[in-house]
Ligand binder design. Structure first.
Ligand SMILES: CC(C)(COP(=O)(O)OP(=O)(O)OC[C@H]1O[C@@H](n2cnc3c(N)ncnc32)[C@H](O)[C@@H]1OP(=O)(O)O)[C@@H](O)C(=O)NCCC(=O)NCCS
Length: 178
């Protein structure tokens, strides 16, 4: 990931783009952190926006999804082997991990999350060194799991990550291409 530019990814058909998150997005992200559907998906996650947005790293990219200029969601792509928090434990090279949420409640369930994931996955697999992408929905977030399954992710295992019991899913490059 260190040689990748921070790209702006665009889906013209759905008029949706992913642009890099900046320190100016902090109030927006903190507001989204209080939305019940976001809390339900990440009840134990404490995002340190002030630090994270101000200190870009070469192993993590954070994007705001905008539709026709309105910010509607957030997506993060990171290299789990280089994640300095050690959240993912022992993982190999050539992987990416994604976190995603639609922040605005009135934009849920309209297909934008699917488009965001397609843009993010295309971005991940544009790097030929990336062999697979990981995600970690809570074990009881069945709706999110179905969302990932429809995108081609396959269930790997249930695992405790941080304070949560999660279901680890993985999308192989070959499944993405298919
Ligand atoms: C998961 C999420 C990113 C999907 O984006 P979206 O634009 O709402 O989804 P799409 O319209 O593209 O696809 C619809 C599917 O999304 C999932 N979904 C919709 N609302 C959801 C919600 N509140 N919580 C979890 N999944 C949801 C469901 O699988 C839904 O299909 P269904 O109606 O048949 O159950 C979005 O719903 C969201 O941010 N949910 C809350 C936070 C979350 O669960 N994030 C994932 C954590 S791993």
């Amino acid at each position: 990931m260190e040689t990748d530019p921070i790209n702006t990814e665009v889906n013209a058909k759905r008029r949706l783009r992913l642009r890099p998150a900046t320190p100016e997005d902090r109030p927006l992200l903190e507001r989204w952190d209080t939305e019940p559907h976001v809390v339900a998906a990440n009840p134990n996650d404490k995002w340190e926006w002030q630090t994270e947005l101000a200190q870009p790293t070469d192993w993590r990219q954070q994007f705001i999804a905008e539709r026709e200029g309105r910010a509607i969601g957030f997506i993060q792509i990171l290299d789990p082997a280089r994640d300095e928090s050690g959240y993912w434990g022992e993982v190999g090279d050539g992987l990416r991990a994604i976190d995603i949420w639609i922040g605005e409640p009135d934009e849920l369930g309209k297909g934008y999350g699917t488009t965001m994931m397609q843009l993010a996955l295309a971005h991940c697999f544009a790097d030929p060194r990336v062999s697979a992408v990981l995600i970690d929905p809570l074990a009881d977030n069945r709706r999110a799991q179905r969302f990932y399954e429809r995108l081609g992710f396959r269930f790997v295992e249930r695992r405790h990550l941080g304070n949560d019991l999660c279901c680890i899913y993985r999308l192989e490059r070959s499944d993405w291409l298919a």
